[in-house]
Design a protein around this ligand. Sequence first.
Ligand code: F6R
Length: 243
Amino acid sequence: MNIIVSKNKEELAEKAALTVKELVSKNPKATLGLATGSSPLELYAHLASYCREGLSFSEVKSFNLDEYIACPIVEQTYAYFMKENLFSKIDIRLENTHFPNQKDPEAYDAEIEEAGGVDLQILGIGRNGHIGFNEPGTSHDSKTHIIDLTESTRSANARFFRNDIDLVPTQAVSMGLSTIMKARKIVLIANDVTKAEPIAALLMKKKTLDVPATVLLDHPDCDVFLTEDVYEAAKKLVEASHD
Ligand code: F6R
């Protein structure tokens, strides 16, 4: 696991976006695994500007990590988020974009395999260490599955639902941890200090089901992009754990 520390969100996004640019320049038919939420927003803005400058995504395929089940606000579905923040701003073909389906979740793993696997998976991280919507306790062998969202995740996401936790869906369908681990390269972004705790768990290099992201410690090619404030706060937590 490589830890890459940047001064701020902007610098982080630029560095992480260059990883995607490099891949798509070399392999215009690359398959990307995509995340939603605040963490990758600036990175997506960079991809849009690369596209305006001539980088084509017309042959790129994408597989999103997750989608809410029974989302009461259509603008908060992840399909909507992706159209709004990326797909409408690059020349990717919508038929090449994919989301997991609650009717047959495991079919998603087969679909990804048929596409040749994910070349680069972008991840954010939850305050409780979730990746995708794999909440604490999720098996490392999990494939795409339906998951009950924890109180911590629903309250973190209430900001997108008029700050009303009752509007936040209670379930989602998400790539499993084994699905994510199959990606050939992983880029994880933590650019908000509320992520210090799970990042501290990664720095401690102890794999635990309680912090799902620690499964990434076993991945052969995983870049963790941190802003300086997240890194410093996580380091303090590691030091405190030694006291
Ligand atoms: C989103 C996803 C989640 C988020 C995580 C962090 O597709 O899979 O794991 O990456 O909840 O969310 P933000 O980036 O909004 O802090």
